[in-house]
Design a protein around this ligand. Sequence first.
Ligand SMILES: Nc1ncnc2c1ncn2[C@@H]1O[C@H](COP(=O)(O)OP(=O)(O)O)[C@@H](O)[C@H]1O
Ligand SMILES: [Mg+2]
Length: 236
Amino acid sequence: MTAILEVREIVTAYGQSQVLHGISLVVGQGEVVSLLGRNGAGKTTTLRSIMGLTPPRSGSILLKGRELVGHKPFEIAKLGIGYVPDDRRIFPDLTAEENLEISRRLAQKSGGQWTIERVYKLFPVLERLRASKGNCLSGGEQKMLAIGRALMKSPELMLLDEPVEGLAPLVVRNVMEVVREIQRSGVTILLADQNLKFCRKVSARGYIIEKGLIHHHGDMESIWQNEEIVRKYLAV
Ligand SMILES: Nc1ncnc2c1ncn2[C@@H]1O[C@H](COP(=O)(O)OP(=O)(O)O)[C@@H](O)[C@H]1O
Ligand SMILES: [Mg+2]
């Protein structure tokens, strides 16, 4: 396995309050890897640390061997990481298509493999809603638009924060297909979620986080079958 992302012993704090106490994980080229844990475990903070939005106080984050710590979020995005935050940040007054278009322009690189047409092929619902304003889209549609928007920058690695949280079962299945399709296109994915069923369906490996520490990692099937771990770190 060739690593695309290596997170080594990162320590991250909000002011005086230390939240990550030395998180390490590896994501191989082409993998979908899950970061699983309950609310407040540190999943979002881990993704924000990778993006440089909440820079770690110590530790190292390597993207294809290149150190990310010390770089600004926009620089990290330019190096090929697409981030889909859990709160989506769709522009409410722009249409779905304008939301996609603005992202392509911000990426400032032409000839990326992802185009609006390709995003519409992946999300036919967005094509139907291309002229609808962001604030008229449902939660699920906004999540898809946020993923589509990140793809418009043709990232090599995508960080997805709670992509199916709050979605109806039918829409969850839809997002599953989308994640698989994105993986097939060659994009690597690190997924933060607490939905074990969803993670098991889309990813082969996972890390279990609790109170800012990784407590276990392995293939999703063995995590799924490990009742003790599920009860201790995942069940509500
Ligand atoms: N902006 C913040 N300021 C202070 N503490 C925060 C902030 N964001 C998150 N935390 C705390 O950090 C811990 C981890 O949160 P988070 O990374 O959001 O967990 P998760 O995404 O797994 O639910 C929680 O205890 C949370 O209260
Ligand atoms: Mg979170």
